[in-house]
Design a protein around this ligand. Structure first.
Ligand SMILES: O=C(O)CCC(=O)C(=O)O
Ligand SMILES: [Fe+2]
Length: 349
């Protein structure tokens, strides 16, 4: 593609990290609450690790969602070789020259795919030390622009990775619904789209890249946010950086553990569970080491045309009162963007 055919740069374009010697003013965060340090890692407050093969997995997973809104999963069944390949393809993508990646620059639309900054960048004065690449299903159109002669490997790996994540997501949601006492029949009603034409899946895979930084303590990898998904399945490649906010404790750092996938509750499951499973606030900080950090986040979402309302058990001994109004998934994405990430409070009854 010739230079004049490049998409017009939006106001939010990741830095060309390869050519950076010092952190530009646009990326220097003031010494604010957003950069507040995490607590020292302490075994007593470590994130629950759940064995997916455990007979009691549903109960364990439900309790972890209640107490943490997050857990680590082992024996999840996703082949290690596939995770390694997906990590390697992620590294290959982000090591391309900036002008090559810019050929797939994402538009502002909620479901847009391609290269760019996280949507939450819009809510902050300063930019983040981050670049991302989002896809939903086959990434072939973008991959052809990145590697005109060699796009197949990336597509094959990313399609298989998404298919495995979707399958794992289906197994997780079944266990979650079992814990919440939602029957299979009820689940089909809650999560199956009625209008297939409007039911474009919102599921997406975002590859995240956090390059090494000359002044790591003054930048932000990914600012504090909650995910909009039902839940998100994250593979953190080797290096630390992800932190979760635990009420009464503060920011808790999570070290990547080989073979585990992290699952965090998003806003839609928060609404569906009537607040019983909190969508957890998390952020990514950049560390002193000179390593490039990557992560792969799969957002397990219902179709956009679906209506979500708090599930309050009809025959419960203590009838619950819905905390949130019924909301369409697509509409919720829009509300959340308008409210700069504070979507839940906007639909509170
Ligand atoms: O990089 C990570 O570990 C987390 C990424 C994340 O929170 C996201 O993509 O929403
Ligand atoms: Fe996230």
């Amino acid at each position: 593609m010739a230079d004049q055919e490049l998409p017009p740069p939006s106001q939010l374009v990741p830095l060309d990290f390869n050519s950076i010697q010092t952190v530009p003013e646009s990326h220097l965060w003031p010494n604010s609450i957003e950069l507040s340090p995490a607590i020292k890692l302490d075994e007593r407050i470590s994130l629950p690790i759940i064995d997916f093969l455990d007979d009691g997995a549903s109960e364990l997973l439900g309790r972890a969602c209640e107490q943490w809104g997050m857990f680590q999963l082992i024996n999840h069944g996703v082949p290690k070789t596939l995770i390694d390949e997906a990590e390697e393809e992620t590294r290959r993508l982000f090591s391309l020259p900036a002008r090559q990646k810019m050929k797939t620059l994402r538009t502002d639309s909620l479901t847009a795919t391609g290269y760019g900054m996280a949507g939450i960048s819009k809510y902050h004065q300063k930019l983040m030390w981050h670049e991302g690449f989002t896809m939903s299903g086959s990434p072939v159109d973008d991959a052809k622009k990145l590697w005109p002669n060699d796009y197949k490997r990336f597509c094959d790996v990313m399609e298989e990775y998404q298919s495995q994540m979707k399958g794992l997501g289906e197994r997780i949601i079944r266990l979650i619904f079992k814990f919440l006492d939602i029957s299979e029949e009820e689940m089909m009603k809650l999560l199956t789209s009625t209008d297939e034409s409007a039911g474009k899946p919102y599921m997406a895979l975002r590859l995240n890249s956090y390059p090494p930084c000359p002044d790591p303590s003054r930048v932000m990898g990914l600012a504090a946010h909650t995910d909009t998904s039902l839940f998100t399945i994250v593979h953190q490649a080797r290096h630390d950086g992800l932190q979760v906010f635990k009420d009464g404790t503060g920011w808790v750092p999570l070290s990547p553990m080989s073979g585990t996938l992290i699952v965090n509750v998003g806003d839609i499951l928060h609404i569906l569970s009537n607040g019983r499973f909190p969508s957890i606030l998390h952020r990514v900080m950049i560390h002193e080491n000179k390593e490039h950090r990557f992560s792969l986040a799969y957002f397990y979402d219902p179709p956009g045309d679906l209506y979500i309302s708090p599930y309050c058990k009809p025959l419960s001994e203590s009838p619950q009162i819905p905390l949130y109004r019924c909301v369409n998934v697509k509409e919720y994405f829009t509300i959340k963007a308008k409210k700069e990430g504070k979507g839940l409070s906007a639909i509170k009854i």
